[in-house]
Write a protein that binds this ligand. Structure first.
Ligand code: EZ4
Ligand code: CO
Length: 402
């Protein structure tokens, strides 16, 4: 008699910020944990799971990960989309966790074994102006980071992405969407000044930058060219990518390395970007794109075109996603870099993890499964709180890309 799923539930908790966690239990007494957090839309995913798909899992064989993935993806009729693919990811990662625990192996062993011992990571440095930003980079370098994403306030703009207000952290969630302001010409003037100084002060650091989808292809080409002398590791999300062909213009006009994909949820969002080699790194990660099962397919397609992974790793992705991503990173041949932002302090009361960040690298653990546990009783002490991401407007009030 093969193993059976006996219980499956999605739990929303807010230890410093909201997380949606999937727990799947089996007749053999194993429990698998998955992350299904979609920042600012958490309850939609929790309902998709609890009201629609988790009841379908009871009695199924948890070892049939591929079949369950196909059942939830093809079987839904309504394919793709962030809510669907995040829900599927929560189930998928919990099933991989169960399979690895049943085998008594760390997840990376099931994927094919280690290609490397540790994963290069980057963290965030930001400041209201260039001086503050330089001090923040220096602090990260002192902590041992070899790669730092650099964001700075822009003269003339009050509040922009990646730059925290006094007393906040950069990723603090908000009870209503905060409205930032934006002016592309101010930004295009300021960004090369920032990186000229940053490169001069930190000749050996990998410097990254996130433009957060706010430019047109031609503006992105101008930005890329102006940053070329400063040897960026990557320029992230210069333009929105709903139109993949729009990246051709950026690609043809600048040699700055490009990264894209944190908002993608399937291989179809990236197919043209990959096969036309329009990006250097793909940021699509496990929680938002159907789990290990689907992201492995994306990474394999990338490998054919010399594109490397650069998984999203902001702290709205739970410690479970980081655990799974690090096992994936141990294995995946075309690993590039992993984003790392530390989780809120209270998250450690709910989640336990055996991965670690030291010496500018992330290290996966060796426990069976993905190595991240979830304490449901502790989670109950941190009820859901409605929170939103920011929005962004031009000076005249026009809603803009964020
Ligand atoms: O805005 O994770 O590169 N990182 C980012 C992030 C995203 C948030 C969205 O939930 O752009 O900070
Ligand atoms: Co980003």
């Amino acid at each position: 008699m093969s193993n059976r799923i006996t219980a499956a539930r999605a739990i929303v908790c807010s230890p410093g910020r909201n997380y949606v966690t999937v727990v799947i239990e089996t007749a053999e007494g194993l429990a698998g944990i998955g992350d299904a957090t979609l920042n600012g839309r958490e309850l939609a995913v929790a309902s998709y799971l609890n009201d629609h798909i988790l009841p379908l899992l009871i009695g199924r064989d948890p070892s049939r990960i591929e079949d369950i993935w196909q059942y939830l993806y093809r079987g839904a009729y309504w394919r793709r989309g962030p809510v669907t693919m995040t829900a599927i990811a929560g189930v998928d990662v919990a099933l991989w966790d169960i399979k690895a625990k049943a085998a008594g192996m760390p997840l990376y062993q099931l994927l094919g074994g280690a290609s490397r011992e540790r994963m290069l990571c980057y963290t965030h440095a930001d400041g209201a102006d260039i001086d503050e930003t330089l001090a923040a980079i220096e602090e990260k370098q002192r902590q041992g980071f070899a790669a730092v994403r650099v964001q700075s306030g822009v003269p003339g703009l009050d509040r922009i992405y990646g730059v925290h207000a006094p007393g906040e952290t950069a990723d603090d969630p908000h009870t209503a969407p905060i409205e930032g302001d934006w002016d592309t010409s101010f930004y295009l003037r300021h960004a090369p000044m920032l990186f000229e100084v940053a490169r001069e002060c930190f000749p050996d650091l990998h410097l990254l930058h996130d433009a957060h989808h706010r430019l047109t292809p031609n503006e992105a080409a101008q930005l890329g060219r102006s940053l070329e002398p400063y040897r960026l590791f990557w320029l992230e999300d210069p333009v929105p990518a709903e139109s993949q062909e729009s990246w051709r213009r950026v690609r043809q006009m600048t040699t700055v390395p490009l990264a894209v994909g944190e908002v993608f949820n399937s291989i179809w969002d990236a197919q043209q970007l990959i096969t036309e080699r329009l990006t250097d790194y793909l940021r699509t990660t496990i929680v938002h794109a159907g789990g290990v099962t689907h992201v492995r397919r994306i990474a394999d397609l990338c490998a054919l075109y010399q594109i490397r992974t650069g998984f999203h790793g902001a702290n709205d992705l739970s410690p479970v996603t980081m655990g799974a991503a690090l096992h994936f990173g141990r294995w995946v041949p075309n690993f590039g870099i992993q984003e790392y932002a530390s989780h809120p302090r209270q998250a450690a009361e709910v989640f336990g993890w055996d991965w670690a960040c030291r010496d500018g690298h992330l290290h996966s653990g060796e426990a069976a499964g993905h190595g991240v546990s979830f304490d449901e009783a502790a989670a109950a002490r941190f009820p859901y709180q409605r929170r939103y991401l920011d929005v962004n407007r031009l000076k005249d009030g026009t809603l803009w890309d964020w």
